[in-house]
Design a protein around this ligand. Structure first.
Ligand SMILES: [Zn+2]
Ligand SMILES: [Zn+2]
Length: 141
């Protein structure tokens, strides 16, 4: 699959439908405590280009998880949809929404130092600590 092929995603109840073009054929894992509390486990997320279209916006609830970010989910079925930085508009989307993302590679694990001992992925990935993630965010602004 090429990167320009749109992916089609949906929540469990199918009221929210998301089409997007992924930035690359890969996804990241976040082990931070907030993601694990939100989703019951680490978050698997993919990044989109600016080509995103969402149907069923009226079914989307946005939770302010911090001063700088919000997390969106379907009001009807509770499916987690995306994480968004308020200031920049940066968004990433739950990998599990998109059946067509087969073959996508696990690229990075972030907040690796927040990962509990209960599980570990065998995939070979780039691993970033919280400090490294924050330093990268600083340098990109
Ligand atoms: Zn739903
Ligand atoms: Zn996280």
């Amino acid at each position: 699959m090429t990167n320009s092929t749109p992916l089609h995603g949906k929540c469990l109840c199918e009221k929210v439908q998301i089409s997007l073009v992924a930035s690359e054929a890969s996804f990241d894992v976040c082990h931070c405590g907030m993601c694990r509390r939100w989703g019951g486990g680490p978050a698997l997320t993919l990044e989109a280009t600016t080509q995103v279209s969402i149907k069923g916006e009226e079914w989307i609830s946005r939770y302010d998880s911090s001063d700088w970010a919000e997390r969106a989910f379907c009001k009807s079925c509770g499916t987690h949809l995306f994480f968004r930085l308020k200031r920049t508009g940066y968004q990433n989307f739950s990998l599990g929404l998109f059946d067509e993302a087969t073959g996508f590679k696990m690229k990075r694990q972030i907040y690796i130092d927040a990962k509990p001992d209960q599980y570990a992925f065998a995939n070979l990935t780039e691993n970033l600590t919280e400090a490294q993630v924050l330093a990268a965010a600083q340098s990109s602004t």
